[in-house]
Design a protein around this ligand. Structure first.
Ligand SMILES: NC(=O)c1ccc[n+]([C@@H]2O[C@H](COP(=O)([O-])OP(=O)(O)OC[C@H]3O[C@@H](n4cnc5c(N)ncnc54)[C@H](O)[C@@H]3O)[C@@H](O)[C@H]2O)c1
Ligand SMILES: O[C@H]1[C@H](O)[C@@H](O)[C@H](O)[C@@H](O)[C@H]1O
Length: 334
């Protein structure tokens, strides 16, 4: 029987997941949706021909729902993740698990009380083919120790509800998680440098900014976060190791040559750039959840990333590096 999935917050990201579950992913079906916006429940339940629930509580409690996907905005995730854990249902929560570490800690406490891993965090870059090839090469030892990693995270633009701290806890969080996964160690300090501001969009944002991090072993990591570049969704990563550098290539399938020159099409959003990663991530979650198993990033990963974000948000308000504070890893996540 297909895993019956209830989705909370089927907006842009959620509907992209719904579409792939309906078309390219096996083993899951949409049982129903809920949203803080009643009109969105009506629209989406009609579009997909599924039950519209009046609240996330009703959706989570429904006997027609086996597993939960949470695609609402980050600050709203905590109560729904905890309710899903308390109902004993596997839950896939889009990143960030929570924007702050204290909220993630409460989720971790609820999961430890339940005694099993129920939460998967949607850090989809771990499933991207190019990042995986980079990690495999670094893990092979062929290029020696990693010394420096350069990242660039550029978006064409962000929505009006994007607050100043989201540059860290909604955008840079991708690199924060990817660096923890790639290097297999924690990030211990964060500094944020503030270059000249773009005049395009939103006075309240410090955009672009440079996030400078250090890992436990001393790997130096930089991340240019520029969320209103006006032209493309441009994700770059280069690892500098003792015996070579490894860089993600430009993410285009073809290169066109003609009278105007040689060029390739730019990706414009996460769905274009990480389509394959999203499919693999959600497929693996559905397969595991249907078997009663856990897969993907854990609540610990969501918590650890949030701890780095807390330090990053503090660093955004000050000068100089801020130390990352986190508890010891609980046994459930070892
Ligand atoms: N992995 C990625 O690359 C990626 C890309 C985009 C978004 N996201 C994440 O997905 C989530 C949603 O982002 P989006 O771009 O789809 O936003 P969106 O605004 O398009 O959709 C969010 C939906 O959630 C609803 N919502 C908001 N708060 C809610 C709450 N407390 N309870 C129930 N519903 C609520 C909104 O009404 C809306 O329908 C965020 O956590 C975001 O960080 C991840
Ligand atoms: O929520 C989105 C999403 O995670 C995108 O992948 C990222 O590029 C954006 O900066 C962020 O706001």
């Amino acid at each position: 029987m297909a895993l019956r999935i209830g989705m909370i917050g089927p907006g842009g990201m959620g509907q992209a997941h719904l579409d792939r579950i309906r078309t390219v992913i096996a083993g899951g079906e949409i049982a129903g949706v809920s949203d803080i916006a009643a009109d969105n429940v009506a629209t989406v339940s009609e579009k997909y021909g599924v039950t519209g629930f009046a609240s996330s509580e009703e959706l989570i409690a429904s006997p027609e729902v086996d597993a939960i996907m949470i695609c609402s905005h980050g600050p709203g995730h905590e109560p729904d993740v905890i309710a899903a854990i308390e109902a004993g249902k596997p839950v896939f929560c889009e990143k960030p698990l929570t924007p702050t570490a204290d909220a993630a800690l409460r989720i971790m406490e609820a999961e430890q009380k339940a005694g099993r891993r129920l939460v998967t965090v949607g850090f989809m870059r771990r499933f991207d083919r190019s990042y995986r090839e980079m990690k495999a090469l670094l893990d092979s030892g062929e290029v020696g120790e990693t010394l420096i990693v350069h990242n660039r995270h550029r978006n064409p633009t962000v929505p009006a509800h994007y607050t100043w701290d989201m540059a860290i806890n909604d955008t840079a969080i991708h690199e924060i998680d990817t660096m923890r996964w790639l290097l297999e160690e924690e990030i211990v300090s964060v500094r944020v440098d503030k270059p000249k501001k773009t005049s395009h969009r939103f006075e309240h944002l410090q955009d672009p900014l440079m996030v400078i991090m250090q890992s436990e072993s001393g790997v130096w990591i930089d991340d240019e976060v520029f969320v209103n570049n006006q032209h493309s969704y441009d994700i770059q990563c280069e690892a500098v190791a003792e015996l070579g550098t490894i860089r993600l290539s430009d993410q285009h399938a073809i290169e066109r040559t003609g009278t105007l020159g040689r060029f390739n099409t730019l990706t414009m959003d996460h769905n274009q750039r990480f389509y394959g990663a999203f499919v693999t991530e959600v497929q693996e979650w559905i397969t595991a959840a249907a078997r009663g198993e856990h897969t993907g990033s854990t609540t610990w990963d969501g918590y650890a990333a949030a701890c780095v974000c807390d330090a990053g948000v503090r660093a955004l308000e000050t000068d100089g590096p801020v130390a990352v504070e986190m508890i010891d890893k609980p046994a459930l996540y070892s």
